[in-house]
Design a protein around this ligand. Sequence first.
Ligand SMILES: NC(=O)c1ccc[n+]([C@@H]2O[C@H](COP(=O)([O-])OP(=O)(O)OC[C@H]3O[C@@H](n4cnc5c(N)ncnc54)[C@H](OP(=O)(O)O)[C@@H]3O)[C@@H](O)[C@H]2O)c1
Length: 269
Amino acid sequence: MKFTETGMKNFNRIVSLTIVLLSGIQLAQAETVLITGANRGIGLEFSKQYAAKGWTVIATHRRTETPDSLNELLTTYPDTVIIERMDVADLAMIDAVAQKHRGQPIDILINNAAIVGALSYMQQQIFGQLDHDLFDPFMHTNVRGPLKISEAFLKNVKSSTLKRIVMVSSLAGSISSGPGKRPGRIYYKTSKAALNMATTTIATATKDDGIIVVVLHPGGVKVEKLKEFDLPDFIEPEESISGMMRVIAELTPAQSGAFLDYKGKILPW
Ligand SMILES: NC(=O)c1ccc[n+]([C@@H]2O[C@H](COP(=O)([O-])OP(=O)(O)OC[C@H]3O[C@@H](n4cnc5c(N)ncnc54)[C@H](OP(=O)(O)O)[C@@H]3O)[C@@H](O)[C@H]2O)c1
């Protein structure tokens, strides 16, 4: 079969158009998530599950050496996992990482890192014997960190397709619920209540940009450090994180500012 000159030109046009369309589809699928505190616990499970789905994962940690858990993840997904050192209590380090990723759209920003202190700081958080030196570290890490990171990476989120900011908080920060009313863990609970308020305020501030900002409670999750304890109501990380990923994927703009659990249930403030 012979091609005329016009026929050849049209054929070339169709090929070029197909290439442009296909690369467009590929770009649309190349979604990116940034996760803080990604080296263990809930943050590591988020990193594993998003990486397994083919996402670009910017996994951040605060250690001086890259943790083994993240090196393993990088070995499994060398093309899509990026590891960054980012101490969420260090404002300059946050700015430096944000500067490095300037122009990179981030579809989902997950502020997960926190001082939990469930095992290490129990006695020091009991009213009457409070260690007041712990107040600042809890607040800097659990509240100022997510606030600063959300500001520093706002343009990245704004320029993405999905535009989501997730604060991993806790029902322990709920003033009206059971856990919030129990004694003890004052610094942790206060920091999570403050994070919840910060989140609703960020949600209002970013509404016009089409950004969806939510607070998520992961449930009681049997992360590595809790494995040895008998916690019948706690769930495995796989269940909590796959649940939260489903909730995040299905969020609508009307839900911005909401406080949800890993099943998508609305929680009391
Ligand atoms: N597990 C649960 O049952 C549960 C329940 C409700 C809410 N949550 C929330 O879920 C989130 C993750 O909890 P988890 O159970 O996975 O806790 P985890 O096992 O204690 O892990 C905490 C993570 O945060 C990181 N981190 C702490 N301070 C940091 C800082 N200044 N800069 C960067 N990273 C820092 C830790 O890094 P290092 O390894 O360097 O310490 C670690 O990667 C927290 O926000 C927590 O409040 C957990």
